[in-house]
Design a binder for this molecule. Sequence first.
Ligand code: ZN
Length: 535
Amino acid sequence: MSSVQLYDTTLRDGAQKEGVSFSVVDKLNIAQKLDELGIHFIEGGWPGSNPKDIEFFDKAKSLTLAHSTLVAFGSTRRPKAKAETDANLLALTSAGVKVATIVGKSSELQVTQVLETTLEENLSMIADSIGYLKAKGLTVFFDAEHFFDGFKINPDYALRCLITAAEAEASCLVLCDTNGGTLPNEITVAIKAAKKLTSVPLGIHAHNDSESAVANTLAAVNAGATQVQGTINGYGERCGNANLCSVIPNLKLKMGIDCVTDEQLAKLTEVSHYVSEAANLAPDPFLPYVGASAFSHKGGLHVAGVTKWADSYQHADPAQVGNRQRAVVSELSGKHNIIYKAKELGIDLPSQGKEAQKLLEQIKRLESRGFQYENAEASFELLLHRAKPDYQAPFELVDFMVIVETRRRQPTRKSLEETLAEAMIKVRVGTEVIHTAAEGNGPVNALDQALRKALLQFYPSLAAVKLVDYKVRILEESIGTESQVRVLIESSDGVEEWTTVGSSPNLIEASWLALADGLEYWLLKQKTSNSLAKS
Ligand SMILES: [Zn+2]
C-alpha cells in the first residue's frame, strides 16, 4: 500500500475545541511530542489571525524537529484585492516556514452566500493566492473548504476549484468535510471523482459531526487520498476532528500502511495523555486504543478468557500503542479478575486457593454497601494487603467527632457569618493511641488536618501528600430510606496520583474512610520502596 502522510492540526483546529486554550509554551511542547510520534506535518497556527500564533512561529524557529515539518495556515486573499497586499498571506510568508496551507472555498453556495462574490472571482482568489506563495518559495497545500457539500450541490464547480489549485501548483489538494456531515460512501465517490481529474496528491480533512470522521478518513485513504489531517484525541470545533489517535493505529495495524515506525506508534498513548494535560482536560478513558479503558476487562468471563489467551477479547495488542490490558474489579467480576489484578499489583494469589474467593465475596459485600473499586485502585490494593495474615496497618482509626458551627463575624464585614469546623480524632499507631483536634474550613478539611496532625509525628514524610480531588456521589440505588454516599478522593505526592474510596450513609464517615485509605496507601508504598532499597 502506498504511503500516507500524517498532518496534525491540534494546534490550530484542535485549539478550537470549547474550553481549550494552549499557551505558546504548550504549543511548542506539543509540537515536540508530535515530532516524537512521527507526524509528517504539524500545523502550528494561523499567523494572520492572532499575535499568539505569530509568537509561536517565531519561537518555533528554535525547535529541533527530527521528523516533522512545521506548517502555517491561512486563507486565500480577499475578494477583489491583491495577493501581494493581503495581510494574511503576508503573515504566511514571514512565519519562517517552508510549507503553508491555505483554505479556500469550493462550494458554490459558500461563494455566493457567505463570501458574497462571483464563482469566477473565487477561482481567481485560489489561483492568485497559491501563485503568490509559490513565488515566495513556499510549498502550498490547498484546503478545499466544504468540498463534499459543494460536490453534492455543484460537482463541476467543486472540481473546478481543485483543478485551479492544481494548475497553480499546489502540492496537495485537501478535501474538507468542514461541516462533518458526510458519510463514508459519499467520501469515496467524491475522492474518486477528484482523482480522475488530477495527479496532484489528495488529502482528507474530516470533522466528526456525524461521528464518521475516522471512518471518512479511512474511506478517503482507500479511495486514494495520501495525506490525512486530524488532531490528537479528536479535539476540534463542535464535535471535533478526525482523531489521529485512532486513525494512525488503524492505518498501520489494520490497513498495513507504515505511516509511523513501531517505536513511534508505541508513544501514542503517552502523546494522547500529554495533549489532554496541556489542554487541561481529563484524559478520556473511553477513547479507542489510548483510553485507560480501551483494553480493560470487567466481565468475569472476559477476564478468564484473556488470562488464558490475551487476544481472546481484544482487537489489537495494547503494547503496540503504548497502552496496557487491565482488569477491572467489581461485583460483576469473577475470581480471575481478582487474581489478574493482584498480579498486576505484584501480589501473588494462588488460583486454587481460598484467598481469591474470600476477597471476591468481601468485594461483593462492600460494593453492596456503596464502595466501588473500579476507579479506586489504591483502596483495592489495600484490601489485598489487609487480607494477608501478617499485614500491619501503619495506623488504625479509633473514632472521630466533628463539630460544624456558624460564627457571627464582626459587624463591619460584609458577610455576617462564617462556617467553621473542628474535628477531634483518635488514632492508634502501634500501641499508642493519639488524640488530636484541628480546625478546618469544612468538616472534611478539619478531619484531614486532625489526621495529619496525629500521624506527622510518626511519619513526617506524609507532609508531601496532598488531597487533589474530592468527589461525592449520592447513591440512589441503595436500599431503605437513607441514601448511601460514596466519596472518591484523589491524592498526590507530586509524583504520582492515587484514588481511594469511602462509603457510608454519612458523608463525613465516607470521607474519613477515603482520607485514611489515601494516607495508608502512601505509607504502604513508602515502606515497600524503602525495603526494596535496603535489600
Ligand atoms: Zn477543520
